[in-house]
Design a protein around this ligand. Structure first.
Ligand code: GDP
Length: 327
């Protein structure tokens, strides 16, 4: 078992920007061991007063849209042109099943990974979405405490994880391909509605023209959505990670958004709402854990669940009966 430090040692290490201790602290928040979780909570409490000073950007898009190539090019742009410190976190609970083609793959984002101003953390393997979401959320806070001022949270645009990411970022960037069919590339309308910006990727060579047409098309589609409470109207841009074009305009959009949302108070309000969301999420999760760990529930579980599967008992009656065992 790796050595455990005291909460003060973890916190001091993270706050001084020590990457080894940052990684160890993230491992703690990813752990499901109750003793690790206790320790993690104490570390979080110590670092929390030193957090909040970053722009959190969610980046999503279907596999193959060019997310990792984009993140590498955009990330390097921010490091080189704007002197930023960037952390990249992934929230993909499927990363294990796809054989590490998500962030776990060491060949992805090579130049970023070797840059001391960047920190890349793959999704913890073998976790449920709920587990990944919770630890990613806490990892954001730890990375901020370690001095990273831009945080990317990457997710794959195929399922539920976008909603979880949307609940932890300030700005949500959707990457899309031009000419990949009008079915919105498997991207549900709900995801487009969450986007603060859409970037059409691979706008180079013969793709450039289709990309600019797609830009106009999506901009038209976005205008149909009502303006959100941030008062921001989502923008569509084109970019090429290969040619490193269109990257600066995306950063300008993020900055414009932050300026607007900070100016009208939405930025803070949203972070407060997100905190409340994660409080409720944690309560649900802890209630569920306590329920299933209850010895009386464990004794009765197999019999009662079998009665439900065989139609001898309604799920609602069974839930009430099991809850009755808690008191
Ligand atoms: P991800 O699955 O969304 O992370 O996508 P990748 O970053 O792995 O990219 C998928 C494919 O698109 C790869 O073959 C890349 O080489 C290619 N690709 C990525 N960015 C660009 C780009 O800017 N222009 C062109 N032409 N191809 C790109």
């Amino acid at each position: 078992m790796p050595k455990r430090f005291t909460p003060d040692e973890y916190a001091a290490g993270v706050l001084s920007g020590n990457r080894v201790l940052l990684s160890r602290a993230i491992t703690l928040v990813e752990s499901t061991l109750p003793s690790d979780q206790d320790l993690a909570h104490r570390v979080m409490e110590l670092v929390l007063p030193h957090t909040g000073n970053s722009v959190r950007v969610g980046i999503t898009g279907v596999p193959g849209v060019g997310k990792s190539t984009f993140i590498e090019a955009f990330g390097n742009h921010l490091l080189e042109q704007h002197g930023k410190k960037l952390a990249v976190l992934a929230i993909d609970p499927t990363s294990q099943r796809t054989g590490g083609s998500i962030l776990g793959d060491k060949t992805r984002m090579e130049t970023l990974a070797s840059n001391p101003k960047a920190y890349i953390r793959p999704s913890p393997a073998g976790k449920t979405l709920g587990g990944v979401a919770r630890s990613t959320r806490e990892s954001i806070v730890l990375c901020e405490a370690a001095g990273f001022d831009v945080i990317f949270v990457e997710t794959v645009g195929v399922g539920q994880s976008e909603t979880a990411v949307h609940e932890m970022v300030d700005f949500f960037l959707l990457l899309m391909l031009a000419g990949a069919g009008d079915e919105l590339q498997g991207i549900k309308k709900g995801i487009m509605e969450m986007a603060d910006a859409i970037a059409i990727t691979k706008a180079d060579g013969p793709n450039l023209h289709p990309a600019t047409s797609a830009q106009a098309e999506y901009q038209g589609a976005l205008h149909l959505f009502p303006l959100g409470p941030s008062q921001w109207s989502p923008k569509v841009t084109v970019c090429s990670a290969y040619e490193k074009t269109g990257l600066q305009p995306i950063w300008e959009l993020v900055q414009e958004y932050v300026q607007l949302a900070q100016g009208n108070g939405y930025f803070q309000k949203r972070r407060q709402e997100q905190n409340l969301h994660w409080l409720k999420h944690s309560i649900r999760q802890q209630l569920e854990e306590r329920f299933y760990q209850n010895p009386a529930v464990q004794v009765q579980w197999s019999q009662i669940s079998q009665q439900v599967t065989q139609g001898q008992k309604s799920p609602f009656a069974a839930a009430a009966e099991l809850f009755g065992l808690l008191s």
